[in-house]
Design a protein around this ligand. Structure first.
Ligand SMILES: Nc1ncnc2c1ncn2[C@@H]1O[C@H](COP(=O)(O)OP(=O)(O)O)[C@@H](O)[C@H]1O
Ligand SMILES: [Mg+2]
Length: 275
């Protein structure tokens, strides 16, 4: 069974300009998929369709085998958590603890268990020291971590991030990317992350490249980054470590595939030791 299965999905906001054009893709259970594409290519529209915030014109969406329609909307929403771009739009509570609890209160969780659950999820995102703080006083990265804790507390099987790191400073971006990777490795959650960050793409299992509402490339990050010219034409870049790898290859030094920046550095250090 696929976590997400989208078949020939079409959508338009105004019934004139088609934003998504017969889009088909599927996402494996437990995988970490990134969606990239220039601004306006329809990425957020896909996220909103998947959680039923928008209604499709044509095609179908299946979440863990269940077709998304009015009757299944609540069931499907209980399976999917979403973290949006702007950390300031996801806050409502007086304290961090209130924020994490917010979703749970609508889910009739036993009040006696609430405290433990809040502690547990705050701990998972490294925010247990901040439970009594005012959310407004936190940094962007910390706010996103709290938002992630709140979403995780609902125990979704699919997590969607819609540019969750794009408004953060470099430190915040790093924190959240590391956290997404950790959540994927530790919990058996399917991750779908819309991002502009090629370092994040490099840490995912699968990439979908969107252009004007159509999928133009799809595959493993290592394979997608080979098409650097095509990515450039889409105003997308490849990660620094991939550029470095390509330059080294021109000079006869071949590094292995599936490389993060740490792996590149490790391999270069080993090469130097061998000399
Ligand atoms: N609420 C809306 N009403 C009309 N058009 C919209 C609305 N939201 C987005 N669009 C248009 O749909 C297209 C895709 O938008 P979006 O999915 O937000 O792109 P992305 O997230 O890839 O930047 C864009 O051309 C955008 O202008
Ligand atoms: Mg968007």
């Amino acid at each position: 069974m696929k976590a997400i299965n989208v078949e020939k999905l079409s959508f338009s906001y105004d019934k004139q300009n088609t934003i998504l054009k017969q889009l088909s893709f599927h996402i494996e259970e437990g995988s970490y998929t990134t969606i990239i594409g220039h601004n306006g290519s329809g990425k957020s529209t896909i996220a909103k369709l998947l959680i039923g915030l928008l209604e499709k014109d044509e095609g179908s969406i299946y979440i863990q085998g269940i077709e998304l329609k009015e009757e299944t909307l609540q069931t499907i929403r209980s399976k999917i958590g979403v973290v949006f771009q702007n950390p300031d739009n996801q806050f409502i509570g007086a304290t961090v603890a209130d924020d994490i609890a917010f979703g749970l209160e609508n889910h009739q969780v036993d009040p006696e268990k609430m405290e433990d659950i809040i502690q547990n999820f705050a701990h998972k995102v490294g925010m247990n020291q901040y439970l009594q703080q005012e959310p407004t006083k936190l940094s962007g990265g910390q706010k996103q971590r709290v938002a992630i804790a709140g979403v995780l507390a609902m125990t979704p099987s699919i997590l969607i991030f819609d540019e969750a790191t794009s408004m953060l400073d470099p430190k915040g971006k790093e924190e959240i990317k590391r956290l997404i990777k950790e959540i994927h490795q530790l919990h058996n959650i399917t991750i779908l992350s819309i991002t502009h960050d090629m370092e994040e793409v490099a840490q995912s299992d699968h990439v979908i490249v969107l252009k004007q509402g159509r999928i133009v490339m799809e595959g493993k990050p290592a394979d997608i980054f080979l098409n650097d010219q095509q990515l450039k034409d889409l105003q997308l870049d490849i990660p620094f470590q991939w550029k470095l790898k390509q330059e080294l290859e021109k000079r006869g030094i071949t590094l292995s595939n599936e490389l993060t920046i740490e792996e590149v550095v490790d391999e270069l250090c080993q090469l130097r030791l061998k000399k």
